[in-house]
Design a protein around this ligand. Structure first.
Ligand SMILES: NC(=O)c1ccc[n+]([C@@H]2O[C@H](COP(=O)([O-])OP(=O)(O)OC[C@H]3O[C@@H](n4cnc5c(N)ncnc54)[C@H](OP(=O)(O)O)[C@@H]3O)[C@@H](O)[C@H]2O)c1
Length: 289
């Protein structure tokens, strides 16, 4: 099966490139090969390759920068998704698209369902939601999977930032009043590969690792596991702080735990607890040093 992957060099794109199933012919393109905001380039690329499925792992993910760069964020997250949906419609290709927990406002206290009301708090969230809506308006057969708190051995993310700061600083304050679920991009890649083999699956889904954590819990686990596998040499104090003590340009949902049951049922894959996934990712990182 021929599959076109956009955003090949991002965290998720990289994990997909590392785990291609034998029956998939994957054509990965990075931003310099295909700017998804360029309508003609998207159409040319899909005309040229004629994929059966397109996975869109490309996105403008600089959440805080997006607050002052709405045009570019929208060109990628909204127009980019629209361009891909139009091209997929022309060639009857299936689109698998990645979205975000930031489409929600975080006012709930129980896990978000895929059909819960959306209400983004940030420019990034608004542009990602516009991308979702563009896809739903164009296509009957699509998969939109919202994920959250993504990390990988490849690229920049919270885990790698914490490892660096924990090696450099005498102590760290980490936000304890935002709750969600850390997600290893490898696990999301496995979910996408499972769903690619089920052409009848269509709709909006949620996928993260299992469990719940604050950023503070996540940081504590990173430190504990990294001390065990030698990525860190010494313990520093990690203090829980409120979001108000760490102001950012973009407002974030304080609660973004998502219900994954429909995604688990349709894929046949059960989400693994985030701490187990984190341990595997940190071991992979330690072994690559
Ligand atoms: N990271 C998270 O915590 C998180 C949370 C929730 C949802 N998501 C969603 O998950 C998906 C994958 O995220 P990720 O963490 O893998 O993101 P990432 O590491 O930032 O990768 C995104 C990739 O898209 C590329 N890109 C940016 N603009 C582009 C354009 N106009 N055309 C083509 N490619 C472009 C980037 O290239 P450059 O590096 O050259 O800009 C980068 O390689 C995204 O849809 C994101 O919105 C991520």
């Amino acid at each position: 099966m021929k599959v076109l992957l956009t955003g090949r060099d991002g965290q998720l794109g990289w994990e997909l490139m590392q785990s291609i199933p034998p029956h998939i012919e994957l054509i990965g393109v990075n931003r310099s090969e295909l700017d998804i905001g360029d309508t003609d380039a998207v159409l040319d690329c899909i005309t040229h390759h004629q994929p059966k499925v397109v996975i869109n792992a490309a996105a403008y993910t600089a959440v805080d920068k997006a607050e002052s760069d709405e045009q570019q964020a929208s060109a990628v997250n909204s127009s980019g998704a629209h361009n891909l949906a139009m091209a997929c419609k022309n060639f009857n290709a299936r689109l698998l698209h990645i979205s975000t927990d930031f489409v929600f406002d975080g006012a709930k206290t129980t896990p978000y369902q895929p059909d819960d009301a959306v209400n983004p708090l940030s420019v990034y969230g608004h542009t990602k939601l516009a991308g979702e809506l563009a896809i739903q308006a164009q296509l009957n057969n699509f998969v939109i999977v919202r994920t959250a708190w993504v990390y990988s051995t490849h690229g920049n993310n919270f885990v790698k930032t914490m490892l660096r700061l924990m090696a450099e600083k005498p102590q760290l304050g980490v936000v304890a009043d935002q709750v969600g679920t850390p997600t290893w991009a490898y696990g999301l890649a496995q979910w996408l590969w499972a769903v690619i083999d089920k052409p009848e699956v269509s709709g909006v889904f949620h996928w993260t690792d299992a469990g719940v954590a604050s950023w503070y819990d996540f940081a504590i686990a990173i430190q504990e596991l990294a001390l065990q596998n030698g990525l860190l040499k010494q313990t520093i104090p990690i203090l829980p702080i409120p979001s108000s003590a760490y102001p950012t340009p973009a407002k974030r949902p304080s609660f973004s735990v998502m219900d994954k049951s429909s995604a688990e049922k349709t894929s046949g894959i059960a989400a693994v607890h985030w701490r187990k996934q984190l341990a595997k990712m940190l071991d992979t990182l330690a072994n690559s040093h």
